[in-house]
Write a protein that binds this ligand. Structure first.
Ligand code: NAD
Length: 280
């Protein structure tokens, strides 16, 4: 299967979205995230995933400008946070994110979580931003089937992407299949399960077989399953390691064997309980 670091998937509105990028959650504003973003771009990453919640949009924007790569060759995602939702509030939140990033147009704008009282009004604002040409694509994050179905009943523009927790131990098979039937691209957050699963003997064995690391095997598994992935690291060697996965293939037997690791095991919060969740 030929996939390159700059391979893209075509979203339902025709926009080309990279299949691989850098996540910057908990990457500190200032030197830490700036170095991470610049290292990633130099390594060949073409997509950066941030959010207003991460409080590093300004630094991400600065690193993009200083990267030496043309803005048009990069794909930047940001998200509207839970306490910024609602129609007018989302439009204002968007302007704040856009100004912090220093970008005229955002490539992908996502609703971060399906906050029950507001996510439908938030979506109206996302549609307006899209129709005004301020964002090239709009989507959701942490949306389960019931949340997407609610939006689908009244939307003018259907979501193009759903970014959810996804790794071999939470493979989201049903949600992935549902999104595929609706033409919604699935994107994995915490693709490496935040490092908490490294050492699994089975994954180590597959990695050894290919002369690769467990991180590379996990990310390769995703790419072969047409899942967009955004591993996070602020360590130069890991940013490079995570991108060094375009020179090997997992066999279909290996992909199926990794599929069997699914244990519905979440490391993050469950969107089904959004009304009871608190976020720091
Ligand atoms: P991740 O699964 O990408 O894991 C990151 C951690 O794994 C790093 O901090 C590091 O400790 C370790 N790691 C990374 N590369 C490694 C390597 N090669 N070898 C060993 N250890 C390595 O976790 P994440 O940051 O939670 O998720 C990735 C991105 O997804 C985030 O940065 C963010 O952009 C996005 N995200 C979105 C949501 C959402 O609600 N939409 C939630 C969480 C994360």
């Amino acid at each position: 299967m030929t996939i390159a670091i700059d391979s893209t998937t075509t979203l339902k509105n025709g926009v080309e979205m990279p299949r691989f990028g850098l996540g910057v959650y908990k990457s500190e504003a200032g030197e830490e995230v700036e170095t991470a973003v610049k290292t990633a771009i130099q390594t060949g990453y073409r997509m950066i995933d941030t959010a207003s919640f991460y409080k590093n949009e300004e630094s991400v924007g600065k690193a993009i400008r200083e990267s030496g790569v043309s803005r048009d060759d990069l794909f930047i995602t940001t998200k509207v946070w839970n306490d910024e939702q609602g129609y007018d509030e989302t439009k204002e939140a968007f302007e704040r994110s856009r100004s912090r990033l220093g970008l005229e147009v955002i490539d992908l704008y996502l609703i971060h979580w399906p906050v029950t009282e507001t996510f439908e009004d938030t979506w109206r604002a996302m549609e307006t931003l899209y129709e005004e040409g301020k964002v090239r694509a709009i989507g959701v994050s942490n949306f389960h089937k019931q949340h997407i179905e609610t939006l689908m009943q009244t939307c003018r523009v259907e979501p193009m992407v759903n970014q959810v927790e996804l790794h071999p131990w939470l493979s989201q098979k049903d949600l992935h299949h549902y999104c595929q039937t609706k033409g919604i691209q699935i994107e994995a957050w915490s693709p490496l399960a935040r490092g908490g699963k490294f050492g699994d003997p089975f994954m180590k064995e597959i990695a050894g077989r290919h002369g690769k690391t467990e991180a590379q095997v996990i990310l390769r598994w995703m790419l072969q399953k047409e899942i967009v992935t955004i591993p996070k690291s602020v360590t130069v060697s890991r940013i490079q390691e995570n991108a060094d996965l375009f020179d090997f293939d997992l066999s279909s037997e290996e992909v199926s064997a990794i599929d069997q690791l699914d244990a519905n095991e979440r490391i993050g919060k469950n969107p089904d309980y959004i009304d009871e969740l608190t976020f720091e």
